[in-house]
Design a protein around this ligand. Structure first.
Ligand SMILES: *Cc1c(COP(=O)(O)O)cnc(C)c1O
Length: 356
């Protein structure tokens, strides 16, 4: 039976990315060796990093004066690297979920943190608006897509101070005005590559402004100077990231990724809204994530949750269980998700409705 992979992360990758990665493990570039057993400083691997950086810049239309880094440690290490490198006195954070909260917690160790708004009291089921960002903040930090709750800031905000964004789960799903940000980071395992590599886009002139000492490995400048080769980078995930970037380009770039994301999301949300058995957890249309689509059983059908899970699993749906803090279901529809899989889930919901 065909599996429809809605996993939240690590998550679906284009089939050809997985195949070319498998091939590179067996024989990299036809050199008679595996990518796993050669130097990261070899010319073959240097070419991989160089092309990955170039494609990042091309696909996201990154202006001059920014560096693209591939490091280890996950997005979670960035929660501390960001304030380490950018927070001199005060930073502003928007609290839209668990990941924002973790970023806020780390930043508090470095200076004053202003939480400009929070949707915590309602289990983060909307994106706050109409708050004030202090003009003397060193930066304003957002989580652009809230993987757990299924809310997303789908357009670049306006801010009186430079922005920093955790784009772990929506990078390359839409065009981004990078010039509004001094730093964009994310774990690659949602929309780009297997787990193990973290991408960072950083504005060079925003670095080295804080007065504290920064440990070598946690200093962005180290990785800028070293071209992501100060130490051994996660070579295999970087190789896969390159394959994904090539795939995105071949498929039509981020504008096409955005079109597909909207098409998938429109299909699934309209079924959730129509089907009497289900209810979307995010009411406001403009806050609904295109990447992580969350829904629960409607109140009068609550007891059918386990039944639907079994029904859907028997029809090939994988990874649709909602996060434990929200419950219900979460269909993660990242870039590589084919429309047919979303249609298969919709069919499943319609068949289930007929039975009740
Ligand atoms: C998954 C996720 C993280 C955590 O990433 P790690 O690489 O596991 O540290 C952080 N932020 C967001 C938005 C995520 O979806």
């Amino acid at each position: 039976m065909k599996k429809h992979n809605f996993s939240a992360g690590p998550s679906i990758l284009p089939r050809e990315v997985i195949e070319s990665t498998a091939q590179a493990v067996l024989d990299f570039n036809g050199i008679g060796l595996s990518i796993l057993e050669i130097s990261h400083r070899s010319k073959d691997f240097q070419a991989v990093i160089d092309e990955a950086v170039a494609l990042f810049k091309e696909l996201l239309n990154i202006p001059e004066g920014y560096s693209v880094l591939f490091v280890g440690g996950g997005a979670s290490t960035q929660f501390c690297m960001v304030p380490y490198n950018f927070l001199e006195k005060k930073a502003a954070y928007l609290n839209t979920g668990v990941w924002s909260k973790k970023a806020i917690k780390e930043a508090k160790a470095f200076g004053e943190v202003v939480e400009v708004a929070s949707s915590a009291e309602t289990t983060y089921n909307y994106i706050p608006k109409g708050y004030t960002i202090p003009e003397d903040a060193d930066y304003f930090h957002i989580t652009s897509n809230n993987t757990i709750y299924g809310t997303e800031i789908r357009e670049d905000l306006d801010s009186p101070v430079p922005m920093i964004a955790d784009m772990s789960s929506d990078i390359f799903s839409r065009p981004v005005d990078v010039s509004k940000y001094i730093c964009i980071y994310g774990g690659a395992q949602k929309n780009l590559a297997p787990a193990g590599v973290t991408f960072v886009i950083v504005k060079d002139e925003a670095l080295n402004k804080v007065s504290r000492h920064i440990p070598t490995m946690l200093k962005y400048q180290t990785h800028v100077d070293g071209g992501s080769m100060f130490n051994t980078p996660p070579v295999l995930p970087i190789y896969s990231a390159l394959q994904t970037l090539r795939w995105i380009k071949k498929e039509g770039g981020v504008v096409e990724m955005q079109r597909r994301a909207k098409e998938r999301a429109d299909l699934l949300y309209s079924e959730i809204d129509r089907n009497k058995l289900f209810r979307a957890t995010i009411a406001a249309q403009e806050d609904r994530s295109y990447m992580n689509i969350c829904f629960v059983m409607a109140d009068e059908y609550k007891e059918l949750e386990a039944d639907f899970m079994k029904f859907a699993t028997e029809r090939g749906m994988v990874g649709i269980k909602g996060h434990r803090s929200v419950g219900g279901f979460r269909a993660s529809c990242y870039n590589a998700m084919p429309l047919e899989s979303v249609q298969a889930l919709v069919d499943c919901m319609q068949e289930f409705e007929k039975l009740h």
